[in-house]
Design a protein. Structure first.
Length: 460
């Protein structure tokens, strides 16, 4: 690290590094120089550090890597609280006619709401799987990327697409899908315009056809070819419900995992959302190929999809991260609550109390997410040389002070307040408030755009 780099020093805090050895310090320090972690360890920071612009007393706090969200649909922020008693296919059928009316102004406001809620709760790397591109709706991808840049969070846009509409046996309305050629061309343009492959990239782009039941086989195959030609990752929904499995057997003559393999969609550069209905051979195929999983426990419960076999995936060596999912199926919009929900919901499965523990849950939300997004060498754990994405959680307040172990406190306890969140070495949240956006303005804007969308949908 250059000697002239400005430094932030955090001391007297409990630290959970989530490194390969799960190193923890009951009272330690983190030194940030520029956008990198310079040093981390027990006790006080080294003496004689130059250019220290800020010292933080971390007494009563836990420092962890920033949370990494691996699956989301930001636009759904303005359609929360609808179709609350539906399974996935009925929910999609109910909401697609409304979603098909979104425009650039709406996606920007919805992205601000989604990003703001996550950032306040400790997310330092967000992602958005955006796949609804109505004709004439403006620059939706650009509006989402702009919102993330303004918020100050690290971001992956999974540029989605759909080309199988109602007339082809899919669920989306005909006017809400793209052509095969149009989707591929627009995706390639988005990658070339916005993707940054550098170590400290703030914006990356993945190729992300929506799902087997809204995308043609040709779009799946050519999408995979496009991503590999451009050197970016691939993302889609997979094995979310029993209805999806039935759909794949009826249409393709095979289950989802075999279908994905037949279209080139298993590999270390791929991650799937949900993966609830996976048998032993499916899990083995993901482990063999290094295919990742975005586990979305709250959304899976909201839509009654089932309980993903996360303990079995982890045992097999499948990379697993956590996802909020779209806020029309997880109205809270927060990832730190998913640490707790992942642990609790998985204990309702076959492994019962041995399913997950607090540290495994924290790893899912940090290092696991970094693995799934292909950024484990850069983020996801607190180690010298990695990017300075970290969170200082307050654990000495009424909600947590009587829990001796701070990791147990933030996972099993109530959502812990965020005293400080750094992304790329830059503060983005302090004392629970966003530093680069006005929460009251965002609240008004999202409400106005939600009402506007409801009016337009009703008139249509």
């Amino acid at each position: 690290m250059a000697p002239s780099a400005d430094r932030i020093v955090i001391e007297n805090a409990a630290i959970a590094t989530v490194d390969a050895q799960d190193t923890e310090y009951a009272s330690g320090h983190v030194v940030v120089a520029g956008n990198r972690i310079e040093s981390i360890g027990a006790g006080k920071a080294p003496e004689g550090l130059e250019n220290v612009v800020r010292r933080v007393d971390g007494t009563g706090h836990l420092v962890t890597p920033g949370l990494v969200n691996t699956h989301h649909h930001f636009y759904q922020w303005i359609t929360r609280g609808l179709a609350t008693d539906h399974n996935l296919f009925n929910w999609l059928t109910a909401l697609y006619p409304t979603w098909a009316r979104i425009d650039e102004q709406m996606t920007y406001a919805a992205a601000q709401g989604s990003l703001g809620m996550m950032a306040r709760g400790g997310v330092t790397t967000a992602m958005d799987h955006h796949y609804v591109f109505p004709r004439g709706s403006g620059d939706l991808s650009g509006s989402i990327i702009r919102a993330a840049s303004e918020m100050g969070v690290r971001f992956t846009l999974a540029r989605g697409s759909m080309d199988r509409s109602e007339k082809d046996g899919g669920l989306p309305p005909d006017f809400a899908v793209e052509t095969l050629e149009g989707a591929l061309a627009a995706t390639e343009e988005t990658v070339k315009k916005h993707h940054d492959a550098s170590f400290d990239a703030m914006t990356q782009v993945a190729v992300a056809p929506c799902s087997p039941f809204s995308v043609s086989t040709e779009l799946m195959k050519q999408g995979a070819e496009l991503a590999r030609r451009l050197g970016v990752r691939l993302h889609t929904h997979g094995s979310e419900t029993v209805e999806e499995e039935k759909f794949c057997h009826e249409l393709f003559g095979m289950g989802p995992t075999d279908y994905f393999e037949s279209t080139g969609w298993l590999g270390e550069d791929v991650w799937m959302a949900h993966c609830v209905h996976m048998n032993d051979s499916d899990i083995a195929a993901f482990a063999r190929t290094g295919t990742g999983v975005a586990h979305c426990p709250s959304s899976n419960a909201r839509l009654a999809a089932g309980i993903a076999r996360v303990p079995d995936m982890l045992k097999a060596g499948v990379p697993v991260g956590l996802g909020v999912d779209g806020t029309a199926s997880n109205e809270s919009g927060e990832l730190h609550t998913e640490l707790r929900n992942a642990l609790l919901i998985n204990r309702l499965g076959a492994h019962k109390e041995a399913a997950l523990n607090a540290r495994q849950a924290l790893r899912l939300g940090t290092y696991g997410g970094a693995q799934v997004l292909g950024r484990a060498t850069q983020i996801g754990s607190l180690e010298a040389g990695k990017l300075a994405d970290l969170v200082l959680w307050k654990t000495d307040g009424i909600g947590h002070a009587s829990i001796a172990d701070p990791v147990t406190a933030i996972v099993f306890g109530a959502a812990a307040p965020v005293t400080l969140s750094l992304v790329n070495g830059r503060p983005v949240v302090e004392n629970g408030r966003l530093l680069h956006a006005d929460e009251d303005v965002i609240a008004r804007s999202t409400r106005e755009q939600a009402q506007r969308l409801a009016r337009i949908a009703a008139e249509s």
